[in-house]
Design a protein. Structure first.
Length: 179
């Protein structure tokens, strides 16, 4: 099989296992989030990360097992910002104190990644000197995806914001005596 076809096949498998699963089920992003949330909490929209592996993601020639391992470890890490997120919006009223206006949990495309989830994941058969084998590649992508789920997607990030009872520009305290 020509090298470019092998590289593209490796990319296709990684995209199907890792990218497509990581990008699934996102409820909150720059295009949709609960009222009172801060836009700066979100990196991208609910479609997820647009990055994808291609044949060009690998060095020219036949991809080695160790090269595939390095590319896959780096690839899974770009999705760590897609994770389960709890958003709590508090409402502050000078008469009634602080109350919860919103408290919900969903998958969000945040700016808060969890770091290197690709490191130290067992990648069977993807070691230096080994010949690239598609069965090992499938198992390795599955291991990377499972580690992403365990250490990023299924760890809950909690974000909070407190909003005032009125806009600072239309504050009832500032308007007293000006009627």
């Amino acid at each position: 099989m020509p090298d470019e076809i092998v590289r593209q096949r490796v990319a296709d498998i990684a995209n199907a296992y890792i990218r497509n699963n990581a990008n699934s089920g996102i409820s909150w992003g720059t295009n949709a989030y609960p009222s009172g949330s801060l836009a700066g909490w979100f990196r991208g929209d609910t479609n997820g990360r647009g990055e994808a592996l291609s044949a060009g993601s690998f060095a020219a020639g036949e991809p080695s097992a160790s090269q595939a391992a390095a590319v896959l470890r780096n690839f899974v890490n770009i999705f760590t910002e897609i994770r389960t997120t709890r958003i709590v919006i508090y409402y502050l009223d000078y008469r009634y104190g602080t109350t919860v206006q919103y408290d919900g949990t969903a998958v969000a495309h945040t700016v808060y990644g969890v770091g290197d989830v690709g490191a130290n994941v067992g990648l069977p058969g993807l070691t230096g000197g080994a010949e690239l084998d598609l069965n090992n590649l499938n198992a390795s992508c599955n291991n990377l995806l499972n580690n992403y789920w365990a250490n990023a997607r299924n760890t809950t990030l909690t974000l909070t914001n407190t909003i005032c009872h009125t806009s600072c520009h239309d504050n009832c305290h500032c308007a007293r005596g000006r009627r």
